[in-house]
Design a protein around this ligand. Structure first.
Ligand SMILES: [Zn+2]
Length: 392
C-alpha cells in the first residue's frame, strides 16, 4: 500500500489504532512529525466534509467501495452504460455533466446491496467511534429566540377592564343566570392563565405553551356550548356536572386509598366540600359521564376551528404529554462536533428558550372576548383596547 500512497495519508489514524492495539499498522504508518492535535484536526475535517451522505466526497468514498465489490465479482453491472459510468468516475471532475448520472448511480449501487455490511469487520469502525468520540469536547449550540418584549401588563390591564365590566353586568343584572356564570367562569379561567404568562414572564417557556393550549380549549368549549344550547337547554348545567363529577370521582378514590399524603397538592377534603356545595346548590344527583364523549378535536371540527386545533393545540399538547418532539425542541442541545456524530445533549442548564407564545395568547384571548361581545355587547372603547394590541 505504501508504494501507492504516502504514509501521511493514513498516519492520522494512528491516533486511534495505536501500537498497543494494532502494532503492525502503527509501525508502518506512524508519522512523528504530525502532532496529535494535527492528526485529530485532519480526521475532524474529513468527517465534517463527509457528514452529508450526498456530498461529492461522500460519493467518492462510496465509489471506492463499489469499485472493490465490482472487481471482486460481488457486484454485477447490468449493462455497458453502467460499466462506462464506473470506469469514467475517477477520471472526470465533479462539474462534468457525466457526474449528474454517475453520482446517483454510485449511491444507488450501495442501496442495492443490502448485505454490504455482512462481511465488514465492525470492530474497526466501532473502535474508531469509541475512541474518537471521547478525544474532543462537545460543541453545543442552541437556537436563541427573542425574549418577549411587548408590554404584556398593559394588555392585561385593558383585558381586566373588560372583565370588570362583564362582572358588574353579571352581578347587577343577572346574578342567577347560569349560562352567564359558565361563560364568564370559563373566560375567567382563560384570563387567569394569560395573566400568569404576563405576571411571571412565561412567554418563552414550556408552561407558556400549556397556557396557549388551555386558552384554545376554553375558547373551543365556549363556542361548542353556545352552538349546542339551542337544542339542549340544560347544556350549561351538564358542563358543570361533568367537571364537578370528575372531582367527585377523585374524592372517592382518595377515600378508598386512605390515608392520603397530607402535603400533596391535591386537597381532597376541600374538593369534597366543593362537590357537596355544588350538589346542595342544584339539588341533584351527580352525573359523572363524559361530557358529550367528544374529543377536543371533534369539538374544534364542529365549531369550525380546525386550524386552531391543527396548527397550535396539537403542537402544545406535545409539550403537555412530554412527547419526543417537544423534548427535542425544549430540553436537548445539539452538538456540532462531527467526531460526536452530531448527537444531542440534555439542556440541564436551561439555556434553550422557546419562541414567545404571547402573540398567540392574545390572538386566542381576543377571539374569546369577541365571542363574549357578540352575546353581551362590550363597549367599543374597551373592546378596542385589547384588539389594538394584536395589530401592533
Ligand atoms: Zn458532543
Amino acid at each position: 500500500m505504501l508504494k501507492i500512497v504516502s504514509k501521511d495519508v493514513l498516519a492520522p489514524l494512528t491516533l486511534i489504532y495505536t501500537y498497543s492495539t494494532e502494532p503492525l499498522f502503527s509501525q508502518y504508518f506512524v508519522s512523528p512529525q504530525i502532532s496529535i492535535e494535527d492528526r485529530l484536526n485532519i480526521i475532524m475535517n474529513i468527517l465534517r466534509k463527509t457528514s452529508d451522505p450526498q456530498s461529492e466526497l461522500s460519493t467518492d468514498i462510496r465509489y471506492v467501495v463499489i469499485l472493490y465489490l465490482s472487481l471482486s465479482n460481488k457486484l454485477y453491472l447490468a449493462n455497458q452504460e453502467q460499466v462506462d459510468l464506473l470506469t469514467q468516475y475517477p477520471m472526470v471532475e465533479h462539474n462534468n455533466p457525466v457526474m449528474k448520472y454517475a453520482r446517483p448511480f454510485i449511491r444507488a449501487c450501495e442501496v442495492a446491496m443490502p448485505d454490504l455490511d455482512k462481511d465488514t469487520n465492525l470492530a474497526y469502525p466501532s473502535l474508531f467511534w469509541e475512541k474518537i468520540s471521547i478525544m474532543t469536547e462537545c460543541e453545543l449550540f442552541m437556537v436563541q429566540f427573542e425574549e418577549e418584549e411587548r408590554d404584556t401588563d398593559q394588555y392585561i390591564q385593558c383585558l381586566w377592564d373588560i372583565y370588570s365590566y362583564l362582572n358588574e353586568l353579571f352581578i347587577k343584572t343577572s346574578p342567577l343566570d347560569n349560562k352567564m356564570l359558565v361563560l364568564l367562569g370559563v373566560a375567567t379561567y382563560s384570563f387567569k392563565r394569560i395573566k400568569e404568562v404576563s405576571d411571571h414572564k412565561l412567554s418563552n417557556t414550556i408552561v407558556g405553551r400549556s397556557s396557549v393550549r388551555v386558552l384554545i380549549e376554553n375558547y373551543i368549549m365556549i363556542k361548542y356550548l353556545l352552538k349546542n344550547e339551542v337544542s339542549r337547554e340544560e347544556i350549561w348545567k351538564e358542563f358543570q356536572e361533568y367537571g364537578i363529577g370528575q372531582f367527585k370521582l377523585i374524592v372517592e378514590r382518595s377515600k378508598a386509598q386512605a390515608p392520603v399524603r397530607e402535603n400533596s397538592h391535591v386537597d381532597y377534603k376541600y374538593l369534597d366540600i366543593l362537590v357537596k356545595d355544588f350538589k346542595d346548590e342544584y339539588f341533584l344527583d351527580m352525573d359523572t359521564r363524559y361530557f358529550d364523549k367528544k374529543s377536543i378535536r371533534e369539538k374544534a371540527d364542529i365549531v369550525d376551528e380546525k386550524e386552531l386545533y391543527g396548527l397550535y393545540y396539537d403542537y402544545d399538547s406535545a409539550f403537555e404529554h412530554g412527547l419526543w418532539g417537544a423534548i427535542r425542541e425544549s430540553s436537548l442541545l445539539k452538538c456540532d462536533n462531527p467526531l460526536h456524530h452530531y448527537h444531542c445533549v440534555p439542556d440541564i442548564n436551561d439555556e434553550q428558550n422557546l419562541k414567545s407564545v404571547w402573540p398567540d395568547c392574545m390572538m386566542v384571548m381576543n377571539k374569546t372576548i369577541s365571542l363574549l361581545d357578540e352575546i353581551y355587547g362590550i363597549p367599543d372603547v374597551l373592546l378596542g383596547g385589547v384588539l389594538d394590541f394584536e395589530k401592533e
